[in-house]
Design a protein around this ligand. Structure first.
Ligand SMILES: NC(=O)C1=CN([C@@H]2O[C@H](COP(=O)(O)OP(=O)(O)OC[C@H]3O[C@@H](n4cnc5c(N)ncnc54)[C@H](OP(=O)(O)O)[C@@H]3O)[C@@H](O)[C@H]2O)C=CC1
Ligand SMILES: O=C(CO)COP(=O)(O)O
Length: 320
């Protein structure tokens, strides 16, 4: 059975390369010139340099072709997802829609599977998330991810269809916990980057990862996510990866903030908008999320790094 991937960014392209081991893959990009270039060169040098596209990846700008398979992976940035779903709502009815995005929609404060449920109620939502840099997946390095779907039968079928010898998927029926873990870890990764960029040291980063994980779990549990999901690949696993690697765009963005420099605005940094969404959710539901509030304020340049650190360090002393 063929699958299609919406979005020929770094991650969509890497997944196409990996999943081509299992059968034909259709990779859709919105820009016809970009598609022609990929068809001609057999590469996506704009988004994932140095990687050849296997022969059974067919790249297209025709949305009708891309929306024909029963299983469709959505690999576009979170803030563009609602618009895409709305535009193609009718064609998406009855499909298995696997979001590969990590974030919270700022306009509706919903995560990817909640957005799919809201906009495409006749589709079955799932999420593929966990520690995985596109470049690693494309090189065929061993990777383990979470495939979460509330419908256990559909989740099992997807797990089998999307696993490869080097891409090991663990199944979960907790999409809420999985999507919140993936969204929130980006916010904490920005904070970790700030800590390193500002020269505050590895001890401070370890403290921040740990307290950030407590925030992630607190918020996810409030919305029905399970603590054990947060402790798995989609939460702790991805948090560790993103807070400790220079490959992470969220971490690098934070490090740039910490150094007081300007980050290239064309680079996708999901945690920036998501920090604002998380801060709004925390205020609305009275959930204690001090790190997320600080990241949101830093992103909006409403606070300096020094002021953010002293605000976090001067909070009342409490039990762990
Ligand atoms: N890169 C990684 O290592 C990983 C990324 N992810 C997640 O995958 C998602 C995508 O990230 P990534 O691939 O890295 O991002 P990139 O910045 O590499 O690419 C984004 C892609 O989305 C396309 N796009 C943007 N807006 C729209 C739209 N409205 N309609 C259709 N296509 C659109 C862009 O097209 P165009 O070129 O025309 O602008 C581009 O191809 C994010 O949520 C990210 O967190 C998850 C795990 C790993
Ligand atoms: O989600 C990722 C790794 O799991 C990619 O992280 P960045 O978006 O920060 O590069």
């Amino acid at each position: 059975m063929s699958i299609s991937i919406i979005g020929a960014g770094a991650f969509g392209t890497a997944l196409a390369v990996a999943l081509a081991q299992n059968g034909p893959v259709t990779l859709w990009a919105r820009d016809a010139d970009h598609v022609r270039e990929m068809q001609k060169t057999g590469r996506n040098s704009q988004r994932l340099a140095g990687v050849a596209l296997p022969e059974n990846v067919s790249v297209t700008a025709e949305i009708g072709r891309a929306l024909a398979p029963d299983v469709i992976l959505l690999a576009i940035p979170m803030q563009q997802t609602a618009g895409f779903l709305e535009q193609h709502r009718t064609a998406l009815a009855g499909k298995l829609l696997v979001s590969c995005s990590k974030g919270i929609d700022l306009a509706t404060l919903r995560g990817p599977t909640a957005l799919i449920e809201e906009i495409c109620p006749k589709a079955t939502p799932a999420i593929l998330t966990g520690p995985s840099f596109a470049a690693d997946i494309a090189r065929g390095l061993p990777t383990a991810l979470t495939l979460a779907c509330a419908n256990g039968e559909a989740g099992s079928a997807l797990q089998a269809q999307l696993s490869t010898p080097v891409l090991r998927l663990y199944r979960s029926t907790d999409p809420k916990g999985a999507e919140l873990g993936g969204a929130l870890k980006n916010v904490i990764a920005i904070a970790a980057g700030v800590v390193i960029g500002a020269g505050l040291g590895d001890s401070a980063r370890a403290a921040l990862i740990t307290r950030g994980f407590a925030e992630m779990t607190r918020l996810a549990e409030r919305f029905g996510g399970k603590a054990e999901t947060l402790a798995g690949l989609s939460g702790l696993g991805d948090l560790v990866l993103t807070c400790t690697s220079e490959q992470s765009r969220n971490f690098r963005f934070g490090a740039t903030l910490g150094r007081g420099e300007i980050f290239d605005p064309s680079i996708t940094v999901e945690g920036a908008a998501t920090a604002k969404a998380v801060s709004a959710i925390a205020l609305k539901h009275a959930i204690e999320m001090p790190i997320a509030h600080m990241v949101s304020a830093l992103v909006d340049q409403k606070i300096t790094v020094d002021a953010a650190v002293s605000a976090l360090m001067s909070r009342p002393l409490k039990e762990e």
